[in-house]
Design a protein around this ligand. Sequence first.
Ligand code: HEC
Length: 306
Amino acid sequence: MAGVAGKFVKSGLLRVQSNGIIQQSHLSTLRELSAGKKAGLVVVGSLIGGAAGLAYTLDQSVKASGLDLHAPHFPWSHNGIFSSLDHASIRRGYEVYKQVCSACHSMKYLAYRNLIDVSHTEDEAKEEAAAIQVTDGPNEEGLMFQRPGKLSDRFPSPYTNEEAARNANNGALPPDLTYITAARHGGEDYLFSLLTGYTDPPGGITLRDGLYYNPYFPGGAIGMAQALYNELIEYSDGTPATASQMAKDVAIFLKWAAEPEHDDRKKMALKALMLFSFLISVAYYWKRHKWSVVKTRKIVYKPKSE
Ligand code: HEC
């Protein structure tokens, strides 16, 4: 026992006072600093805090400037930390993309096989793929040929190159939509607001030919005309195809395209939380068990009685 106490004394954790009582030394280093150093620390701390505050306010004020409007947060059914995407909605969103958006926008990082067990069965996905024509080759004669699409084929692009895309859209380039919800502030909130937010330009603002007014688009003037109107398409599941319904569905479809791991990630989080909360209780018990010897120990100093 005395040996253990001696070790602690040497390491400076315990200090023997002149009256023979062993006292635990305070481990705080701040108390020993001189007044000048303390003042210095306060100044450095305030400077860092002030700079962070300034950066935050500047960031906020820049965002609030201009005529563009910020998308509100919508109560998506996948908002909860354990909520999956609405897969019926993904399927409808695919129909909207295929029948409306794909006229101008590519989704070249998505293949038909990606749809399997997400929005379509394997047979349905094969059917979707077979409906497109893909240039393949060269064959034995060295010629390129057309064949129906397969599951491994990517979604077809509406234009062969960027120049053709710009030429068909008054110079504006319709971006690839695969990762668009991850590539824009506000994600699916922004998308929904953009698609449903077309209005007449406010008084005093005249737009160039080929530009349309949308307060959610930075700058307000967008090269894409309003794409969604009530009853524009017919959903295969019979859902009334209002403009806002289509905007919601296509936003969820694009959210899935940008984050295909979304559902798995949340399922994994649920499993991890369950497992770790159990492991933490075991670890807590184990720690108490192992430390009980140390925690219940009493160190007594007995001066030699001569
Ligand atoms: C007639 C062609 C056309 C159709 C149809 C179309 N778009 Fe666009 N889209 C464009 C063009 C052109 C731009 C580029 C606009 C610009 O940069 O000013 C664009 C831009 C976008 C952007 C990017 C906006 C940004 O913040 O940069 C998104 C998102 C978008 N479109 C989504 C859609 C969706 C979803 C659909 C289907 C419901 C759709 N578009 C249908 C032509 C189209």
